[in-house]
Write a protein that binds this ligand. Structure first.
Ligand SMILES: Cc1ncc(COP(=O)(O)O)c(C=O)c1O
Length: 370
């Protein structure tokens, strides 16, 4: 039995006919951009996350760029972020003209190490941008304290963490702004690109609303150089239909993580750990092993997919060579980039599939020592 890394289509098979009808209804409505579906979704998303404002945009990358612009971040400013994340995180900092400053991550969570963030704050630092990587919430209590002590903005890149929690608070509800992506493989998917900015700050929400539409509210007067970055009605309608399902999908992912543990995967690779108080949503299930190449090759032969995410951390990427990063600068980041491998994880994964994956791991690499 082949096991894929993810299987997004299977999770909405149960209501596929309803989704067809939703698409037809939007097409027949004649409203395609920033209409009633987007407005309703923005209300529902804000209520789900426990935030005051939610503003739909074209994708998760734009959500970050627009958030940074709305917080007044630009040339001459520094923003501290991890180097172990998707490229969009530092890319958006650069695209508003600011400089990403890479901090190391905590080995337990793979999210920002708060002490290392503190050590990298300078007179030019304007914001901290934690990433809730693979669906794990960064240490937001400590980051929030640090940000408020030092007068810094906090922007949560929550692209991978819809529904994840810390201390009963949803990822996205901690920062001055937070962003989400609805790329089809995300835990809450669209059928194309989609993104969201959320905030409790009225000033930030007002500016984000203007910036997503060319810096205007009335399409007549233009107050800022903005973006054309709007969520469309079709995507909003689809996401709305997925929204009531997402908690069950996330719960199933946690069940799958438990199955992996019970099946003995930890005898062969280091399993992800979840700190007390965190509820992880396992956007990806990333284990660690020194025998990554052998593992991936062995699994492939047995029809089991596995993939490396973020194998080259951003301080070592060619685009950031000018920032002077060198191997050894971020030891934990570099270790995780060298050893992390995503195993199959999806909302419809069965216990048999989990057993199959673990049997394939057993056949591919020797047991860990100790
Ligand atoms: C951590 C992170 N940030 C930002 C993004 C960008 O989102 P999008 O692909 O919707 O632009 C992604 C997703 O791809 C991501 O995983």
């Amino acid at each position: 039995m082949a096991v894929p890394l993810m299987d997004p289509g299977a999770q909405w098979a149960a209501y596929a006919d309803e989704l067809d009808q939703i698409a037809i209804d939007v097409i027949r409505s004649g409203r395609f951009i920033l209409g009633p579906q987007v407005a309703e979704f923005e209300r529902e998303a804000a209520a789900y996350l426990g935030v005051k404002h939610a503003i739909g945009v074209a994708n998760g990358t734009d959500a970050l760029t627009i958030s940074l612009r709305a917080l007044g971040i630009g040339p001459g400013d520094e923003v501290i972020c991890p180097a172990y994340t998707f490229f969009a995180t530092p890319e958006t900092i650069s695209s508003v003209g600011a400089t990403p400053v890479f901090a190391d991550v905590d080995p337990a969570t793979a999210c920002l190490d708060v002490d290392d963030v503190r050590a990298r704050i300078t007179g030019r630092t304007k914001a901290i941008m934690p990433v809730h990587l693979f669906g794990q919430v960064a240490d937001m209590a400590a980051l929030r304290t640090l940000a408020s002590e030092r007068g810094l903005a906090l922007v949560e890149d929550s692209a991978q963490a819809w529904g994840a929690e810390q201390g009963g608070v949803k990822a996205g509800a901690f920062g001055d702004a937070a962003t989400f992506s609805f790329f089809p493989t995300k835990n809450l998917p669209a059928f194309g690109d989609g993104g969201l900015v959320v905030t409790n700050r009225d000033d930030v929400a007002e500016l984000v609303r203007k910036l997503r539409f060319h810096g205007s509210t009335d399409k007549v007067t233009f107050e800022h150089v903005g973006f054309n970055s709007r969520l469309d009605e079709l995507q909003a309608a689809i996401i709305r239909r997925h929204l009531p399902e997402v908690d069950a999908w996330n719960a199933h992912r946690r069940t799958v993580a438990g199955w992996y543990e019970a099946a003995g995967l930890g005898e062969f690779v280091e399993l992800p750990t979840v700190p007390d108080g965190n509820s992880m949503i396992y956007h990806l299930y990333v284990v660690r092993t020194d025998q990554r190449d052998e593992l991936i090759a062995g699994l492939k032969q047995l029809g089991v997919a596995a993939a490396v995410y973020y194998g080259i951390p951003h301080h070592l990427q060619p685009v950031y060579a000018g920032l002077g990063g060198a191997p050894g600068d971020l030891p934990v980041t570099e270790q995780l980039a060298a050893t992390g491998v995503a195993m199959p994880m999806f909302a419809t994964m069965t216990r048999d599939q989990v057993e199959e994956v673990v049997a394939a791991v057993r056949a591919s690499v020797p047991a860990r020592i100790g």
